[in-house]
Write a protein that binds this ligand. Structure first.
Ligand SMILES: Nc1nc2c(ncn2[C@@H]2O[C@H](COP(=O)(O)OP(=O)(O)OP(=O)(O)O)[C@@H](O)[C@H]2O)c(=O)[nH]1
Length: 181
């Protein structure tokens, strides 16, 4: 029988990956449930704006997160440079064991790509991140992205239950993070 675990994650860099979302200021909130073995993992996801002017708000969302998906646009080399800045920030200020995933979105436009998949793979390997090319438009590889993340998040100590019927993932934080309603 499946049990349900609650995982907090964040999407940064401007995602283009949209599920059922609620706008809350500068970030959309959404949930996604991913089957993993005989468990169901429920992700609580904040899609943060990737623009520079909202940069200072990002720590509020990635603090305490089990995973971060950083999204670039395969048709824009600049977005890949921006992604590297987010990775640096997460390495320096993010949770210690955060699972990082890199999503090269708009893979339906590969005929006008500027970022070779090889570059993304090499970079992802160098930082120990998952990498996948997605199309939010055509729903390509979105499931695979979340399944990949789900597989990488280590199981928690079963005694460390959360307060909403799920199990809290990641290091307990003394600072208040964003809350799910
Ligand atoms: N062809 C194609 N277009 C996409 C895809 N994903 C998003 N778009 C388009 O790209 C544009 C930007 O999409 P957004 O979802 O606003 O992009 P974003 O990167 O999340 O933007 P911010 O959150 O403001 O940083 C829109 O016109 C989308 O329709 C995709 O996979 N393929």
């Amino acid at each position: 029988m499946a049990d349900s675990r609650t995982k907090k994650g964040s999407l940064a860099g401007g995602s283009g990956i949209h599920m059922r979302a609620v706008e809350t200021g500068r970030a959309s909130f959404m949930t996604k449930t991913v089957p993993c073995g005989n468990e169901l993992h429920k992700f609580l996801i904040w899609d943060t704006a990737g623009q520079e002017r909202f940069h200072s708000l990002a720590p509020m969302y990635y603090r305490g997160s089990a995973a971060a998906v950083i999204v670039y646009d395969i048709t824009k080399q600049d977005s890949f440079y921006t992604l590297k800045k987010w990775v640096k920030e997460l390495k320096e200020h993010g949770p210690e064991n955060i699972v990082m995933a890199i999503a090269g979105n708009k893979c339906d436009l590969s005929d006008i790509r500027e970022v070779p998949l090889k570059d993304a793979k090499e970079y992802a390997e160098s930082i120990g991140a998952i990498v996948v090319e997605t199309s939010a438009k055509n729903a390509i590889n979105i499931e695979e992205l979340f399944q990949g993340i789900s597989r990488q998040i280590p199981p928690l100590d079963p005694h460390e239950n959360g307060n909403n019927g799920g199990i809290k993932i990641g290091k307990p934080s003394t600072q208040a993070g964003p809350r799910c309603c």
